[in-house]
Design a binder for this molecule. Sequence first.
Ligand code: MIG
Length: 634
Amino acid sequence: MIRKFTFGTPICTEAFVEKFDACDVKDFPFEHKIENGKFVFEFDMTDTDIVYGLGQANRGINKRGWVYESFCSDDPFHTETKSSLYAVHNFLMLSGSDTFGMFIDFPAKIRWDIGYTSRNKVVISIDGLDFDFYYMQNTKPIEIVREFRKAIGKSYIPPFWAFGYQQSRWSYPDAKAVDRVIDEYAKADIPLDCVYLDIDYMDSYKDFTVDENKFPNFAEYVKAKKEQGIHLIPIIDAGVKKQDGYSVYEEGRDNNYFCKTEDGNDFEGGVWPGICGFPDFLNKDVREWFGSKYKVLTDVGIDGFWNDMNEPAIFYSTKGLEKAIDKAASLKGENLDLSKFFNLKDTFLGLSNSAEDYSSIYHNIDGKMVCHDRVHNIYGANMTKAAGEYFAKEFGEGKILMFSRASYVGAHRSSGIWFGDNHSWWSHILLNLKMLPSANMCGFLYCGADLGGFNENATRDLVLRFLALGVFTPLMRNHSALGTRDQECFSYEDTADFKDIVEVRYRLIPYLYKTFCKASEENDLIFRPLSFDYPSDKIARECETQLMLGDECMICPVYEQNVGGRYVYLPEDMTFVKLSGTKVVTEKMTKGTHYIEVALNEVPLFIKEGKQIPLCKPAMRTSLLDTGNIEYIG
Ligand code: MIG
């Protein structure tokens, strides 16, 4: 049962679709106090309790032993000691001595101290007094998840082709570069369904424009690619370039559709195109307006998008930059001592995503001026809802691929997410794995990380191992940052190994798609921690390197360099399956720990006793898959 408690006058986030009558706050289930305008509550854990949740967040599946902060952040360094990433998913669940879940519907900061200050204590501090609190009690974590997911509404299902392999990079700047990617994949005989257009396809980084010099006759080009079975997926950024004559900017300015400062002027911040207006996605007229702008691109045949920079990321504000430049000018010619120099340096380093700038932004919510600080965590989610809702209305559900960088619960009904700017680090294979069940708990089923890693240079073996996990993630996209080593499958020697991995994905698509749709229909998880299925198995309860997939499988990627395999724990007898291209090798294994050998061109998988999964023949495109021609393995 879900019990709702309402404190103060919460801002409506639209996280829930089911309505609940509020209970008496006197029955709030936790010890709590109000301290400096914050609502603080706590509960105890025993040594063996597990804490799940927080969706797309740092660290383990078990969130214990760290402090997290709900604050959508554009931070490309996902190191262990970070507390915030791009998304905010305020769902938490305790399992063990007691089993309960909670969702805090509050779009400003929340601090989650989960055994950080005191080993066996959870202290949650909400940065305000207006919020809805949902409390869910059940004996099993999976039942809590299902109840929560039912209440927040059905998860987005993308088009079938979005389960194909996707290639991205910042950027393929023009048609020639895109064609080369498609040709090279064809030459290497590796399947491919999508190629991404990062910011350089636009005219001067202006949303909903295409640079004619780089993509002459864009409509024809999109059509020609479609005929080759390739979908082009352009990026859309939150900031709209300030430029007279640019219609999107002028419409936004003239209709007061941009975020304001306290004095009623448009807030101005710099991003890729220079100074931008930031659409006020908290306002429903603005959402409708911005959503309908995607039409410029759907009209020419585009059927997929990724929304970026919507935390929102702001390199600098006009005001902040002015102040910094004045400061630098005032110091000109001075002999700077240490503190003056570092102060100057910090002034410039602190320009991006500054707390001061965020505090100076105002939204118009139903005619009321609301400071950005109070709604920061739903800005990006509302940008994506603007698009998703337009697509659903215009084309019907599931016709357009849409995923976002920033998100909040509720956006899962109209889009997926990707996990942002990870690194080409071995540790990020596991970070990717650990986020999957947590994101699923919060409704985000269509998700995945930048395979091969976004920042820095990737080695061949890293990309192969990353892809071997990506074979199972609904979004299977290889993406890499500007200035990094080429990371496409054809960029490394012996492309046959890459072909073997990507083909396995295509063979599994009928199974993965069915598992995905079922999870959406039944409010279920695609990926579960082993502890959900084997709650009294001590080893399974602590496992953070393997996941259950659907009702049939367990996955266990290799995540270290220079190893020919890994140890894997089987909580029951299973069949070990090695997939590579069209090759399938199976071996029965008994409950317990085993060392499995896995070559770079192999995808390891375990199938539970008595279960089978379907495999089709590989194909170069999802549209060419013969899903009627199936063999079963297990
Ligand atoms: O500040 O558009 O996460 O995927 O390639 C970088 C350029 C802006 C961040 C996205 C990344 C994308 C990049 N963007």
